[in-house]
Design a protein around this ligand. Structure first.
Ligand code: T4K
Length: 373
């Protein structure tokens, strides 16, 4: 294979379509700070998610930091979360002066194990921050029950769930707030970008101020805010991409179905099955390799693919609790399911214009690793 296949590849709108969308910026010269495109994208997304408030950010990570700041938790407060995620989730908690408390995940869908949450609740706990990892939906009903019982806030890291619904409801509607990432690698993107979706209008208003230096009005600055605003070129990309989102998800579905047809009955390979009542967005394709029964481990498969110029990724290895920057603070062994999965998972390439021929070639290489040990 000559051209490198990466784990993902940004979807682009038609070049002319994007040019048409940004053309009026040359007339208005209004490039950022709550511009017209920003307003339009917020409106379109609120309709798409069917949620009252969408606040746009320059990226998902700052959206998460800003919502933690807006909730005004006491310094050192504990946030129950999972370590099987991208660096951003844990870093946002720590950078906000809060303490992550790691709960294990379920081997069935890699989301937080709701049956373990209550054992971590102390009088310092202020929030639960679960991750809809790979677009798999957490047990939102159980989490809501726990949060109500203990008066805790719930902030979902919904970075991976654009377009995902549970019982017909967008994941933007669960918890006190949900953070979406619109990074270039996501199912829906604004180049860089993100959003907080919430029902509470007061929280949304605070977020608007905090992301703009805390400025509330011309002569009023209410918060020690920073700068996390989305600009007009980002918003224009979002407006274009949103027009094609159904097609984007349908194409990804075809790729995933091909992977499933080739890999689902292979000894030693576990795929994450469909969840009841969930409409997928086909954001990632994680595969778990059991070295004993597959006869090769995750790293063997990763190396075999790399040799053929295919860049699969070990999302999410290492666990965030094992990062060098947190050395001595957390013990990854305390989340044994997450640790085991992080050592066995490989996310295979997945994007909307990945051809089915390429999927077949990737699967052929994966299967050629069987029993190489
Ligand atoms: N929470 C969770 C659970 C997340 O997964 C993320 C981000 C966040 C929070 C934070 O959201 P943001 O602040 O990013 O909005 C990538 C993405 O940068 C990151 O957004 C994403 N999660 C994470 C899972 O993946 P890297 O370090 O793996 O990216 P990189 O540069 O290695 O790119 C991966 C592949 O994507 C490349 O091999 C090729 C392709 N690619 C990349 C770029 C930058 C493109 O096709 N186009 C591009 O422009 O983090």
């Amino acid at each position: 294979m000559s051209d490198k296949i990466m784990v993902t590849r940004s979807s682009m709108p038609d070049f002319e379509e994007y040019c048409r969308e940004i053309k009026d910026l040359w007339d208005s010269r209004w490039l950022t700070n709550n511009g017209a495109k920003h307003g339009l994208l917020e409106k379109h997304l609120a309709e798409y998610f069917d949620v009252p408030n969408v606040t746009l950010f320059t990226n998902g990570h700052l959206a998460l930091e800003n919502v933690l700041e807006a909730m005004d938790f006491p310094r050192g407060g504990e946030v129950i979360t999972t370590p099987f995620t991208f660096a951003s989730t844990t870093h946002a908690i720590v950078r906000s002066g809060l303490t992550p408390v790691f709960c294990d995940i379920k081997s069935s869908d890699y989301t937080i194990d709701e049956s373990l949450i209550e054992q971590y609740i102390t009088d310092r706990t202020c929030a639960i921050l679960p991750v809809h990892v790979y677009g798999k939906v957490c047990n939102v009903e159980a989490i809501e029950e726990i949060s109500e019982k203990h008066s805790l806030k719930v902030i979902y890291d919904a970075a991976h769930t654009f377009g995902v619904t549970y019982k017909g409801v967008s994941t933007a509607n669960f918890g006190d707030a949900s953070m979406f990432s619109f990074h270039a690698t996501k199912v829906f993107h604004t180049i860089e970008g993100g959003a907080i979706c919430c029902k509470d209008g007061e929280l949304a208003r605070r977020l608007c101020d905090i992301k703009n230096f805390g400025i509330h009005g011309p002569e009023s600055t209410l918060y020690v805010g920073g700068n996390a605003k989305m600009n007009e070129f980002q918003a224009a990309m979002g407006i274009c991409n949103l027009r094609h989102i159904d097609e984007e998800i349908a194409k990804r579905k075809a790729v995933v179905e091909r992977y499933i047809s080739r890999l689902s009955d292979v000894k030693g390979i576990t795929l994450c099955g469909d969840q009841p009542h969930v409409e997928n967005n086909y954001a990632y394709f994680p595969v778990i390799f059991d070295p004993e029964t597959f006869g090769a481990d995750r790293d063997d498969v990763f190396a075999a693919l790399a040799e053929k110029n295919i860049g699969a990724r070990k999302y999410f290895y290492p666990l965030t609790s094992a990062f060098e920057c947190y050395q001595g603070r957390f013990n990854p062994e305390e989340t044994p399911v997450a640790l085991r999965l992080s050592l066995r998972v490989l996310t295979l390439p997945l994007y909307s214009d990945l051809s089915l021929d390429c999927v077949d070639r990737i699967c052929d290489i994966v299967l050629s690793c069987q029993n190489i040990k």
